[in-house]
Write a protein of this length. Structure first.
Length: 292
């Protein structure tokens, strides 16, 4: 068994459960320090895996990295995605309105402001702030990982999704003050302009295309590492609030899932707009929304 991978999955599923580490440790009959050691890759008995799976309400196979992993909490999903990205040399994204690991500082700043304002209006402000800080930390970790590993990234972004981002702004589903919403719309425009520049200049290790027609029913990624590949399907956009978002994300290393998603991605890449053509189309979209 790969105990390091089991530990990573244990941490993600702990976040998914909503239980605190001390609660799980107490129910398991071990110290919190022991639980953290399991998460760091210490040898763990099969019986302990079975009991942990019962506590977390998942299959023991999920902790062993077999089958499909499901996540209903954005923070747990982001943690598990970070773990998979840590082993990936190639990233292929299909759908969505942006490629978060190469997002601008304007996006991050607007997102932090929007989430913090929403948290401050929550009945339990302290808990909401903690959840926001945790989520922002996970996103920051993903971006730092990309900067250090520099995987090859190919991302096919959806024109319709970018249009919604320009209309609603960053964190579009949240009730915000007019000042914060204006900043979020400006950040979305800045992000779209940066994407257009990247399409035109094609930085080393990054290729961006534009899906001008029908987008896939759900965005997904294929991440390939030296030992295996994963498919990631997400109902959560990068700006999905840690508590306000609803949906289910999945991750699997099943060969048939990887192969099927790879074929869909290759077909989408052939039909997508690229380079100067894609940049011009996106800039026209920005112009239309700026004038409206």
């Amino acid at each position: 068994m790969r105990f390091a991978e089991i530990g990573q999955q244990l941490r993600a599923y702990r976040l998914e459960s909503g239980l605190r580490a001390e609660e799980i440790a107490a129910r398991l009959g071990v110290s919190r320090a022991a639980l953290y050691r399991y998460e760091k890759g210490e040898v763990i008995k099969l019986d302990t895996i079975r009991r942990l799976a019962e506590l977390l309400k998942i299959s023991p196979l999920s902790l062993l990295g077999i089958g499909v992993e499901y996540f209903g909490r954005p923070a747990a999903f982001q943690e598990r995605l970070r773990q998979v990205e840590e082993q990936a040399d190639q990233v292929l994204q299909v759908g969505g309105g942006m490629c978060y690991p190469v997002a601008t500082e304007a996006f991050d700043g607007a997102l932090s402001e929007a989430w913090t304002e929403h948290a401050d209006a929550s009945p339990d402000r302290l808990l909401a702030r903690t959840q926001v800080e945790q989520m922002l930390g996970l996103l920051t970790a993903r971006k730092k990982l990309q900067q250090s590993r520099k995987p090859n990234i190919i991302a096919l972004l959806g024109e319709a999704t970018i249009a919604r981002l320009l209309t609603d702004g960053v964190a579009g589903g949240l009730q915000l003050s007019e000042r914060a919403r204006i900043r979020c719309r400006l950040a979305a425009r800045s992000e779209a302009e940066a994407i257009a520049n990247q399409m035109e200049t094609v930085p080393i290790g990054l290729q961006l295309g534009l899906i001008a027609g029908s987008e896939p029913s759900g965005p997904f990624m294929v991440l390939r590492g030296r030992e295996r590949a994963h498919v990631v399907g997400s109902a959560f956009a990068p700006d999905a609030h840690p508590t306000a978002a609803a949906g289910v994300a999945f991750i699997t290393a099943a060969d048939e899932a990887v192969g099927t998603h790879q074929r869909v991605a290759e077909a989408a890449w052939r039909d997508a707009l690229k380079g100067g053509e894609a940049a011009a189309r996106l800039r026209e979209l920005i112009r239309v929304h700026a004038a409206s």
